[in-house]
Design a protein around this ligand. Structure first.
Ligand SMILES: NC(=O)c1ccc[n+]([C@@H]2O[C@H](COP(=O)([O-])OP(=O)(O)OC[C@H]3O[C@@H](n4cnc5c(N)ncnc54)[C@H](O)[C@@H]3O)[C@@H](O)[C@H]2O)c1
Length: 312
């Protein structure tokens, strides 16, 4: 198949491309390199089955493809809040453009949505029928409301135009190739520990998160894309850790002498988030297989290579 991956030079997109290329597909990667980098896809550049197009999805594009994995959107608060209007445009106009393309060429369309559509949830864990507790005027709204509209657009194109859609709601995912400066908790702690800086915990560290290793997530993507279900479907790791526990794990792994310091919680930071993955288990037989310690090991190794490599 010829498969388009928008945001393919990013963290998750590049791991997805690795899998699709290994499966023998022809892959077109579309990216404006806002948070993505050529380094992530460098190994495919000379492969005749791989094509890279520098393009901003807020502009329309014409391509012939069989499937579209639509991931283009900055995912970390630091980056999506840097230019919130652009983030909304990417989510709304960009998703419209990609759905328009899917409609025109009759491609199956996969939307990478997010657990942020649940906002600061007041039910726990979150099942797909939970409608969320989202602040539509807060500083995260460009992203979470943007993704909610992207889901609405997907379902309307499906109902109105028969576009074959798949929608996943991704929970915190981590792994090699996360950006060093993206402000996400796993990368923050790892970078701080490697640089001998104190690990910064926001709030008292009792807020919880779940962490899914990227290869598990990509396996879920491919299974849903090639199933008959449309979603929305949660994909994430239900194993729940407090932020303080995570800080301590990384501290012990890299630098047991590192200090842990506490800072005030940012606005609208959810207290608790954990996926209910019953649907993914029963529809796809999918569940995460990589334990946090192993995933962190692989991630720390990648950061070490980049950070210590850069210093040489
Ligand atoms: N990483 C997570 O934990 C997580 C959680 C929930 C949802 N997601 C979703 O998964 C997708 C991928 O996330 P990621 O972690 O790989 O983030 P990322 O920032 O590494 O990747 C996003 C990619 O999209 C590209 N991009 C951004 N705006 C674009 C535009 N207008 N036109 C073309 N390309 C554009 C970036 O350059 C980058 O390569 C995103 O849609 C994100 O919302 C990720």
């Amino acid at each position: 198949m010829r498969i388009l991956v928008t945001g393919g030079a990013g963290f998750i997109g590049s791991h997805l491309i690795d899998r699709l290329m290994a499966q023998g597909h022809e892959v077109v990667c579309l990216d404006n390199f806002y948070t993505g980098t050529k380094r992530n896809i460098l190994k495919w550049m000379d492969n005749p089955y791989f094509e890279l197009i520098r393009h901003d999805i807020t502009e329309p594009i014409r391509l012939e493809v069989d499937q579209i994995y639509h991931l283009a959107c900055p995912a970390s608060p630091v980056h999506y809040q840097f230019n919130p209007v652009k983030t909304i445009k990417t989510n709304v106009i960009g998703t419209l453009n990609m759905l328009g393309l899917a409609k025109r060429v009759k491609a199956r369309f996969f939307l990478a949505s997010t657990s942020e559509v649940y906002g600061d949830p007041d039910v726990h864990p979150q099942t797909e029928d939970y409608r969320g507790n989202v602040n539509c005027i807060g500083i995260r709204s460009c992203y979470d409301e943007g993704k909610r509209v992207a889901e609405t657009l997907s379902f309307d194109y499906h109902r109105q135009n028969g576009v074959d859609i798949r929608v996943v709601r991704i929970f915190n995912t981590y792994g090699p190739r996360m950006l060093e400066n993206d402000g996400r908790v796993v990368s923050n702690f790892i970078v701080q520990a490697l640089r001998n800086q104190p690990l910064t915990v926001y709030g008292d560290g009792s807020q919880t998160r779940s962490f899914c290793y990227v290869s598990d997530l990509v396996e879920g993507f491919i299974r849903l894309m090639n199933s008959d279900e449309i979603g929305p479907m949660n994909l994430g790791n239900p194993g729940e850790y407090t932020i303080l526990e995570l800080a301590q794990k990384i501290q012990n792994m890299i630098n047991p002498g590192a200090e842990i310091i506490f800072k005030p919680l940012p606005q609208d930071d959810p207290k608790q988030r954990q996926p209910d993955i019953t649907l993914a288990k029963s529809w796809l037989g999918w569940e995460p297989t990589v334990p946090l310690d192993k995933g962190l090991d692989l991630t720390v190794k990648d950061f070490r290579d980049r950070i210590e490599g850069n210093q040489k």
